[in-house]
Design a protein around this ligand. Structure first.
Ligand SMILES: *Cc1c(COP(=O)(O)O)cnc(C)c1O
Length: 230
C-alpha cells in the first residue's frame, strides 16, 4: 500500500510542478511517519524515500536508532527544551523553532556535540490560536536575533496551514510565507539563508508547491490514517 500511495503522491507532485513551471528536483518529499511502525518506514525506504518526519523526540530517537543511517530525519513537531538532547545529533533539520529560548537550547546542545544544527523558523501565518509559531510581523526581528547563535544554521521557514476542506483556501497563506522569506532574504543577514519553504501536507501539498514549497510533509497520503491510542 505504501508503495502505491507513493506513486500517487509522486504523480501529484509532478503535476503541480508542471502546472507552475517548476522542476521536480526543487521539491523534497518528507514522508511523515509519526505513529507509524518501523515496518512501514522500511516499505517507504525500499521505495526510495530517504526523508522522514516525526513530531515526538523520543519516537524519532527510537526509529532513528534502528533504521538505516542514510535517512534524513525531520523534527516537525512542537519541541520542548528538555527534549532537545534527543533531536540534536539525530535530526537533519528541525522545522519547528518558534522561540528564542528553544533556539538557544538547540544552539547549546549543538555546541556540546560539536555540530551546527540546520533549523527552520515556524510561522503561524494564519494566526490560529491553536497553533505554535511566531507571527509574520515578528518574524524578521526574530530571525535577526537568533542568527547570532553560532551553532544553528537558519535555512528557511515552515508553516502548518489551517485544516480546510478546499486546499485553495490555503493558497494565500503559502503565498504570504513565500513573500516573507523573500523579504528576509533581501536583508542579507549573516547565518541566514532562506532557501527552504516547508509547507503543504496531504490535503494541500499541490497548492503549496504551486506557491513555492521546497519541502512538503505528507503523512496520511503515504501511510494512511493515523490511529492514536492514548
Ligand atoms: C502530522 C503532520 C504532517 C502530515 O500531515 P498529513 O495531513 O497526514 O499529511 C505535516 N506536518 C506536520 C507539522 C505534522 O504534524
Amino acid at each position: 500500500m505504501v508503495k502505491e500511495n507513493l506513486l500517487e503522491v509522486e504523480a501529484r507532485i509532478c503535476e503541480a510542478c508542471k502546472k507552475s513551471g517548476r522542476e521536480r528536483s526543487q521539491i523534497k518529499l518528507i514522508a511523515v511517519s509519526k505513529t507509524k511502525p518501523v515496518s512501514m518506514i522500511e516499505e517507504a525506504y525500499a521505495a526510495g524515500i530517504r526523508d522522514f518526519g516525526e513530531n515526538k523526540p523520543q519516537e524519532m530517537k527510537e526509529k532513528h536508532d534502528v533504521l538505516p543511517e542514510d535517512i534524513n530525519w525531520h523534527m516537525i513537531g512542537h519541541l520542548q527544551r528538555n527534549k532537545v538532547k534527543y533531536v540534536v545529533g539525530r535530526a537533519a533539520m528541525i522545522h519547528s523553532v518558534e522561540s528564542f529560548r528553544l533556539a538557544e537550547a538547540i544552539d547549546q546542545e549543538a555546541e556540546k556535540k560539536g555540530i551546527v544544527m540546520p533549523i527552520l523558523v515556524e510561522v503561524n501565518v494564519a494566526e490560529e490560536e491553536s497553533k505554535f509559531g511566531i507571527t509574520v510581523s515578528q518574524c524578521p526581528d526574530f530571525v535577526e536575533t537568533i542568527a547570532k547563535l553560532q551553532h544553528i544554521s537558519i535555512q528557511g521557514l515552515m508553516t502548518i496551514a489551517p485544516f480546510v476542506e478546499n486546499a485553495e483556501d490555503n493558497r494565500k497563506y503559502f503565498a504570504k510565507l513565500r513573500k516573507l522569506s523573500v523579504d528576509i532574504q533581501a536583508k542579507n543577514i549573516d547565518n541566514v539563508n532562506m532557501c527552504n519553504l516547508s509547507m503543504g501536507m496531504t490535503g494541500d501539498y499541490q497548492v503549496a508547491i504551486e506557491e513555492g514549497a521546497t519541502m512538503v510533509r505528507v503523512g496520511t497520503g503515504i501511510f494512511g490514517n493515523r490511529h492514536y491510542n492514548l
